[in-house]
Design a protein around this ligand. Sequence first.
Ligand code: SAH
Ligand code: SF4
Ligand code: F3S
Length: 444
Amino acid sequence: MKPQTPPKTYRVKSFGCQMNVYDGERMAELLGERGIAPAPEGEEADLVILNTCHIREKAAEKVYSDIGRLVLAGKEAGKQPMIAVAGCVAQAEGEEIMARAPAVSIVVGPQAYHRLPEMLDKAQKGERATDTDMPAIAKFDALPARKKRGPSAFLTVQEGCDKFCTYCVVPYTRGAEISRPFKHLVDEAHKLVEAGAKEITLLGQNVNAWRGEDDKGRQVGLGGLIRVLAGIDGLERIRYTTSHPNDMDEDLIAAHGEVAKLMPYLHLPVQAGNDRILKAMNRQHTADSYLKLIEKFRAARPDIALSGDFIVGFPGETEAEFQDTLGIVDEVRYAACFSFKYSPRPGTPAASMEGQIAPEVMAERLQRLQQRIGAHQYAFNQASVGRTCTVLVERTGRHPGQWLGKSPWLQSVWFEAPAAIGDLVEVELAEAGPNSLKGLVKAG
Ligand code: SAH
Ligand code: SF4
Ligand code: F3S
């Protein structure tokens, strides 16, 4: 590789989960420290970071087509951008990327991106740089202070996963479960609020597995952290995602009834409704234990909105077993859900299980499941009509004078009234659609 001119502009493209987006923001902040600016809209950047996701096959394949596209665009423009591949594909397939894609200068894993500046130095000299170490906490210590962003901010509190669901790559790409220290999190939350955040979403692959020692030396879980963060002036809303059913504790459940700033929303994936499938997935819970947990949350916070993740077509799933998934969707009446066709991932136990399901069967099941999920989501929105709530304004709407934001239950709400991004506006939910609601701002 030839020496490359130091990049003046960058673009970070994030393809994965919210933590991947958070990582993308932190990488952008690092580049900012180095005097590299975001590329203006519509202009090619000197440095492109593809912040990849390995969770499903389609997501992972995108990286190669994106590299191809960048090289082609570079040829047309007569100037190749410097390309860095970050994220979970970098972690899982770093060597393969280096071998398959000579245009790539940097491969950096999700636990090593704090070393991006040194890697840029190397790349400028014409050497290719790879770093997929997993030093975990060291990363956060080495990152610069948080920069101003929108009113809703992410804060990674926990990383990694020890659960080893048989279909999932996360334990391999993100490593073992670690909790960031209490004090670091409180400090980062204060900085985010000083930078304008009104809402903070605490992130972790198993966010509710977070454990730490508070300022009084007591062992606390996520509920304890949330209670302390709720004391920050100017912070109005707290959310967290994603939780695992087996890491829930009584204090976090109780916090939903006691902490006003904790929003009435819980993302609690169950994946499937059938116990034989759950066992084969190594989920370590049953459909019934999951439903009992949901009941506890509803007792603590009756209006809590629930969301979940589902996989259809896990190896060996019969039609009757799939029906159990439809059954649990009806039972919980989710406000929103993500659902996916099972995707065999290299190196995971499920990929070599017998009874892989034909793609057309998966597609048909997914369609039925999504129809059912959509019906419940619409019903949840319709049942919200008449409620009065606050909306955190996140952006302007499609038409002049319109604003878009989120209700406490994470619904998209639009309204027409004088407002600004970051305002918390009280509205009455007046009309419901499948994916959004219309709010009316009360006069006076
Ligand atoms: N840590 C979270 C989320 C992990 S990834 C949790 O345990 O809930 C997000 C979602 O992707 C998962 O909840 C699951 O529904 C889906 N997923 C993970 N691996 C998958 C695979 N191999 N095929 C299809 N969907 C998958
Ligand atoms: Fe993947 Fe399971 Fe861990 Fe979630 S709990 S990240 S699905 S292994
Ligand atoms: Fe994807 Fe990695 Fe997140 S695989 S879902 S970016 S943890």
